[in-house]
Design a protein around this ligand. Structure first.
Ligand code: NAD
Length: 361
């Protein structure tokens, strides 16, 4: 069966890193014998310039018909003065909502050759491999009522932190399934000592655990989880949490690895289709200079193979190739030590892509 993939390069360094990652996808499809059909469309600032909208209806329609979407990045100074609802980032939010992508997967993997890049001691983070599963379409970011009102002559701001049982259950099951395929440990993060909504979260996650006897479930308050992530991050395997806590903890975990240019992500819908994108933005400061690190986008393609295309061997091969490229000493500027030794070779975006492709031969 041929699987449709929509490619959305977007803005800034997106059109530089995405073609490199697409070449990797085509290479593994060929080598591991699965059929893909690629299409591309406009999103973000470029879409605003050409159509007036950050997410043209044609793009959303194509995305909905695709098994997976590969996105580069959106945004940049040219569109910074637009009103919030018309900015390039609305294209991304529109895709998440339109495709009902409720499960956001953010791995924090530290490839051993880059252990020095972390702000933590290298022994704490070498070979780190944790996965944060964040609920993406509910919680306090979407809860109603919300707003700012005047009460007793002063302004009062309010938001609502709300989760239904089914929203908690479906994200818990995604996380249990992933933990069962990895190290078999799941830590659910909440604030059940203070917030009723997260007491319900803890109850529903615990009930779902009955269907996953092979997974060891633990619970942690969010403040402790933040401390533990920087104290002893390797104690975690998979973490599952709500939208706001996940937003914060996934950025903490990301920084353990030291470089934005290395971080992939996936956002999945209930049928296993998904949107795959690097965590970084459009990096306007280096756009068009062949300096961007394409590895985050290449690793996003690995996630696509694993989670949407049912090609785990291809995912493993891509991750192994990235590890080998780093071990061989190739570095883009963002991950290159200030005073590189003779065994380190600084390369640009395209050359880094060619190194990965060669190892996938
Ligand atoms: P950014 O991630 O684009 O850049 C932050 C810093 O990291 C910059 O110095 C940049 O050069 C560097 N960097 C980022 N990716 C890199 C890569 N692959 N290789 C080497 N260096 C890399 O964040 P920002 O500067 O805050 O935002 C720039 C634009 O991107 C803004 O318009 C913002 O709204 C947008 N943005 C988009 C997304 C997205 O599309 N998902 C995410 C974040 C920011």
């Amino acid at each position: 069966m041929t699987q449709r993939i929509l490619v959305l390069p977007g803005d800034g360094i997106g059109p530089e890193v995405v073609p490199v990652a697409v070449a990797v996808l085509e290479r593994v499809a060929d080598r591991f014998d699965f059929a893909i059909e690629l299409d591309s469309a406009l999103v973000g600032g470029k879409a605003i310039d050409e159509t007036g909208s950050p997410l043209p209806p044609e793009t959303l329609a194509k995305a909905a018909e695709s098994r997976a979407v590969l996105l580069g990045a959106v945004g940049g100074p040219a569109w910074d003065d637009l009103p919030t609802l018309e900015r390039p980032e609305r294209g991304l939010l529109g895709l998440r909502a339109g495709l009902e992508l409720f499960a956001n997967l953010r791995p924090a993997i530290l490839f051993e050759p880059l252990a020095e890049a972390s702000s933590l001691k290298s022994e704490l983070v070498a070979n780190l491999d944790i996965l944060i599963v964040r609920e993406l379409t509910g919680g306090i970011y979407f809860g109603e009522p919300r707003g700012v009102e005047v009460v007793d002559n002063e302004r009062r701001g309010f938001n609502t932190y709300v989760y239904t049982e089914h929203e908690i259950d479906r994200i818990a099951r995604v996380a249990f399934d992933l933990a069962a395929r990895r190290g078999g440990r799941l830590c659910s993060v909440d604030k059940a000592n203070v917030l009723e909504v997260t007491q319900l979260w803890r109850e529903v996650v615990s009930a779902a655990a009955n269907d996953y006897p092979q997974v060891e479930l633990g619970h942690m308050y969010v403040d402790n989880a933040a401390m533990q992530l920087v104290r002893e991050p390797k104690q975690f395997d998979v973490i599952v949490t709500g939208n706001m806590f996940g937003d914060i903890l996934s950025d903490v975990a990301a920084m353990l690895t030291g470089s934005l240019g290395m971080l992939p992500s996936a956002s999945l819908a209930a049928d296993g289709s998904g949107l795959f994108e690097p965590v970084h933005g459009s990096a306007p400061d280096i756009a068009g200079q062949d300096k961007a690190n394409p590895l985050a986008t290449i690793l996003s393609v690995a996630m696509m193979c694993r989670y949407s295309l049912d090609a785990p061997d291809a995912a493993d091969a891509i991750e192994t190739a990235v590890h080998q490229v780093l071990a061989a000493g190739f570095r883009t500027a963002d991950i290159c030590p200030v005073s590189p030794g003779s065994d380190i070779q600084r390369v640009g975006t395209e050359a880094m892509g060619r190194c990965v492709l060669e190892l996938l031969e």
